[in-house]
Ligand binder design. Sequence first.
Ligand code: C2E
Ligand code: CA
Ligand code: CA
Length: 389
Amino acid sequence: METQDKRDFAAGEVIFREGDAGDCAYIIDHGTVEVSIAQSDNTHYFKPLGKGEIFGEVALFDQKPRTATVRALTATRLTPVHRTQVIELLEQANPILRHFLFLILERFRENWQLQQKQTDTAAPQATPAPQRGEVTQKLTLVHDIKHALVKDEFMLHYQPICQMSTRRVAGYEALIRWNHPIDGFKLPGDFLWLTEHTGQIRDIGLWTLRRACFDWPLLRLATGCVYPFISVNLSPNQLISDHFVDNLQQIVEEFRIPPREIKLELTETGIINNPDQAYKLLSQLSELGVRLALDDFGTGYSGLQSLHRYPIATMKIDRAFVNTMLGSAQSREIVRSSIKLAHSLAMDVIAEGIETEDVYEELCQLQCDFGQGILFGAPAAMQAQATAW
Ligand code: C2E
Ligand code: CA
Ligand code: CA
């Protein structure tokens, strides 16, 4: 996908004309535009469009000429949504939905031509306001994420993972954050789900890996255990990428990181959805020497029984069970039996979401190896980790 920049128009400037070839739609970041169509004896003007509204979307899909002329009424900034962006989303969409979309567009064009003929004699009517909301927001987000990588707006926060018996820092988990120029600080839950759908997560994942490896030599100095590690999350989409192992090897060599110090965290769903591909990739990673951790354990449906053939070194027990283990006998039993099972398979265990001393003590009783949670430290920028030490 090529990179597109925001586009600025001065008041009065034409954005596109009726009949122009069109290959993108626009979302109005700020400003106001006026849409008009030329009729045989006059020009028909529609209601002006403002911030957050979208226009030019028809030609985006069917590659036919623009049906109207659009001009900036005030100084206007636009986010272009290029056809290539939408085609990617369309290809992933349900084929029936795709068909309906093109049917609607065809009808729209037919009605538009008919309406033009009729309005040549009748009084002009305003078209309904364009659809705002979810779709527009998603398209803006896809665009902004692409730029965020180029403009270095992502950053990593690191959260300590401590050895339970000594409370010493054994490693850190890298957690992505986004310093959005307009919306401010964003957490992964605000945007990663979309990147998983669009495939952008692969580029983001590599960025994360590179940055974590770049930071690790300094961060390692703040650890206090014999086998320190840096944990990086691996998305299901990366698990089926052909180049991931090569990319990882390159990064590891570039930053001279001993592969055993890298721990890749992946979830059960990522493995279960593509079991054979996952097996191949995880075996290659294991041969390379990096360690693998099963994230959010307990939240999936398969259990460890169907996962024991994968070379997983660490089990991370989901915080939903850890948080509730003092109040719920069921949660406590899940935590207890998970630790036992993991140890019987020669895995070590990290409990996530430890917030209190009581939970910490209970987990020590259950012989949990490592812990992560706000009791030991919230995720924070690297500088904070280094100075804390
Ligand atoms: P996760 O892998 O389960 O990461 C742990 C999450 O728990 C983090 O949320 C962390 O801030 C939060 N947490 C840590 N300690 C505590 C605690 O004591 N109590 C509570 N309530 N929460 C705690 P965060 O940073 O919002 O990340 C959410 C998820 O986003 C992560 O869950 C991970 O699945 C994903 N993620 C984050 N960074 C990346 C990344 O670079 N790549 C990929 N693929 N996924 C990432
Ligand atoms: Ca994780
Ligand atoms: Ca987790």
